[in-house]
Design a protein around this ligand. Structure first.
Ligand SMILES: Cc1cc2nc3c(=O)[nH]c(=O)nc-3n(C[C@H](O)[C@H](O)[C@H](O)COP(=O)(O)O)c2cc1C
Ligand code: SF4
Length: 573
């Protein structure tokens, strides 16, 4: 079924996707259709145009946070949105933000959004399609008056590398793309793929899959059409490194996609950028225009074009198969693999999906290839531990003295990172690293960790996207677990039962314990977590047991009063 729908979507191609037709305007949640009848009519017209059933169109439209699904509970069309991500939760800033926005706009006009990526400053919210944070909430009246004001944001960007890779400035854009011209003339695809494999680059989207192997697999597929897709759906609360790259180094990302096109035979690059990042969309659009101008000026001879697809508020669209279904206008549920996207991806064509940071690493790797022992490949692979190579961006939230983005060599100790970030502004008891599916690291475990895939997994954590949120002493760990279950329940795509039902049962279990209705049965909870971990189709349901188990293990004393056995013992005493 979904294969047929992919083929139908292919008829219209990437320039006219059902998904983008469902999103009417440029700012989050401001669709122009406001009556239920008009909405229904519009969806019927779209169904006809795309030769899809009305149920398919409704199925897609009703999935997203920022698309009006015709019900009263939808979260679209709001005048303001309050960030409810984990970092703002830990910073305890959002009650004031919400109160201020509700007083200004009325409760019915204030929606919610999971992570605007303003984690360095917290107090994050959106008004008029622009994001704000820090002390901006104190001048909300002024913000409303200035419809298109770009918000001021203060965060540090630093690197420990003598020769930065991801944070390096790109001063001359034409010269930057000259490398593409040189490489395409001097090398064969296979030669460059060997170099890429040799660099050891592994995907930065979380799973750490070797990039060269992925690209090689796409090259071996025979197809008239292939696609390069940049996964810029950075939904992990606490992460804003992809946003940084798109806003400040967009040409590094475009260059990586261009090279992926050269090495796999694809001519179209698609950037799926989440709607929560309006500034990233704007800067990337600008960079694409600059790229197109270079082609017109004959500075680049690439037959390659870029297209931006704007998301509509769904965490699961960061999972690559859901992301591809989303672009096609289908309901974005996760697909079983194989086939892998490199075999059958966007519109059923071979597709390379990589993270923003993965693409941004490519220019450095392919620099100075002729240089003996000092090529980009050589320099890249000497950073790290041999298995995790190169550099990594870390997103440091407002709990640090110097919050922001820091680029470090793989293998750098976490203790060093904290030292460079100036320590913490408040009393911290743990770090939540790698997004909602990443581990919760208690302070006592910090000195065991180095920034690489192996160290984190060997110690029972996950590097993931390498966002770091400080969990303060004041945050009750029982509330934090409830928050993680609530997030999963809200964002589950519903494809498999362990996650769809398990996350809701988990949320109920913790809510009942917190409100004193029913203490938690530890056997039942451990059964639930094991079922989710082993039985879920993707890493949303399969991953959330990790941070929860970390908390149960390291903060047992704090959470045990909420558990049945412990409570009965205490009552008996
Ligand atoms: C629930 C879930 C959410 C994900 N979110 C993202 C995301 O926001 N960005 C991303 O690049 N990868 C995300 N991924 C991983 C992608 O599925 C995919 O592995 C990645 O985009 C591949 O690129 P890479 O090889 O460069 O890492 C997510 C995976 C899961 C299971
Ligand atoms: S684990 Fe959750 S998000 Fe992943 S496929 Fe299953 S229901 Fe969907």
């Amino acid at each position: 079924m979904s294969k047929n729908l992919s083929q139908l979507a292919r008829r219209q191609g990437i320039d006219n996707t059902l998904f983008q037709q469902l999103i009417f305007s440029d700012s989050v949640g401001s669709t122009s259709v406001n009556s239920t009848d008009a909405l229904k009519h519009q969806r019927q017209v779209l169904a006809k145009e795309f030769l899809m059933g009305e149920a398919v169109v409704h199925g897609a439209a009703s999935f997203y946070d920022f698309i009006d699904d015709g019900t009263n509970e939808h979260n679209a069309n709001k005048k303001a949105y309050v960030c409810n991500g984990s970092s703002c939760l830990c910073a305890n800033t959002q009650a004031t933000v919400k109160e201020t926005l509700v007083a200004e706009f009325g409760a019915e006009n204030v929606g919610h959004v999971t992570c605007l990526g303003r984690c360095a400053e917290n107090s994050a919210f959106q008004v008029n399609g622009n994001n704000f944070s820090g002390s901006d909430i104190d001048k909300v009246k002024q913000i409303i008056g200035e419809a298109n004001t770009a918000s001021n944001e203060n965060y540090q960007v630093r690197t420990t590398l003598a020769e930065p890779i991801l944070t390096a400035e790109i001063s001359d854009v034409a010269k930057y793309y000259q490398l593409f011209e040189d490489l395409s003339k001097q090398y064969q695809q296979q030669q460059l793929l060997e170099k890429l494999v040799g660099s050891g680059l592994r995907g930065r989207g979380g799973a750490g899959f070797p990039t060269g192997i992925k690209w090689r697999s796409a090259l071996t597929e025979t197809s008239a059409e292939k696609y390069i897709v940049c996964n810029a759906d950075e939904g992990d609360a606490g992460a804003f490194s992809d946003r940084y790259l798109l806003e400040h180094r967009p040409h590094a990302v475009l260059f990586g996609m261009l090279m992926a096109g050269l090495l796999t035979g694809a001519r179209t690059g698609v950037l799926y950028i989440r709607a929560e990042y309006p500034e990233a969309i704007k800067q990337t659009e600008q960079a694409i225009s600059e790229f197109e101008q270079l082609i017109l000026d004959e500075k680049i001879s690439a037959g390659f074009s870029f297209k931006i697809i704007k998301g509509a508020g769904a965490y699961i669209c960061g999972e690559e198969t859901a992301l591809l279904r989303s672009i096609e206008g289908q309901r974005p549920v996760v697909s079983v693999r194989p086939p892998f996207p490199t075999q059958s991806g966007l519109f059923g064509c071979p597709t390379v999906v990589n993270n923003v940071e993965t693409f941004a690493s490519i220019h450095f790797i392919f620099s100075d290839l002729d240089s003996v022992n000092n090529s980009g490949v050589d320099k890249y692979k000497t950073l790290g531990n041999g298995k995790s190579t190169g550099s990594k961006l870390l997103s440091l939230d407002g709990a640090f003295v110097y919050p922001g983005i820091i680029e470090v060599a793989m293998g750098t100790t976490l203790t060093k990172v904290i030292e460079l970030a100036g320590g913490f502004v408040k009393d911290i008891k743990a770090l939540h690293i790698g997004g909602p599916l990443g581990g919760v690291v208690p302070l006592a475990e910090i000195d065991k960790l180095t920034i690489d895939f192996e160290s984190f997994s060997d110690n029972g954590f996950l590097l993931g996207h390498a966002s770091i949120i400080g969990i303060p002493q004041s945050m009750k760990m029982i509330d934090y677990i409830a928050h993680l279950f609530e997030f999963t329940a809200l964002e589950s795509c519903g494809k498999c039962y362990p996650c769809q039902i398990g996350s809701v049962r988990g949320q109920e279990m913790f809510e009942q314990a917190i409100t004193g209705k029913q203490p938690i049965n530890s056997e039942l909870l451990s059964d639930l977590l094991e079922t989710m971990q082993l039985g879920s189709l993707c890493a949303l349901g399969g991953g959330v047991p990790l941070p929860i188990n970390n908390i149960l293990q390291y903060f047992e004393d704090e959470v045990s009063p909420y558990f049945l056995s412990k409570q009965s013992t205490e009552i008996g005493e």
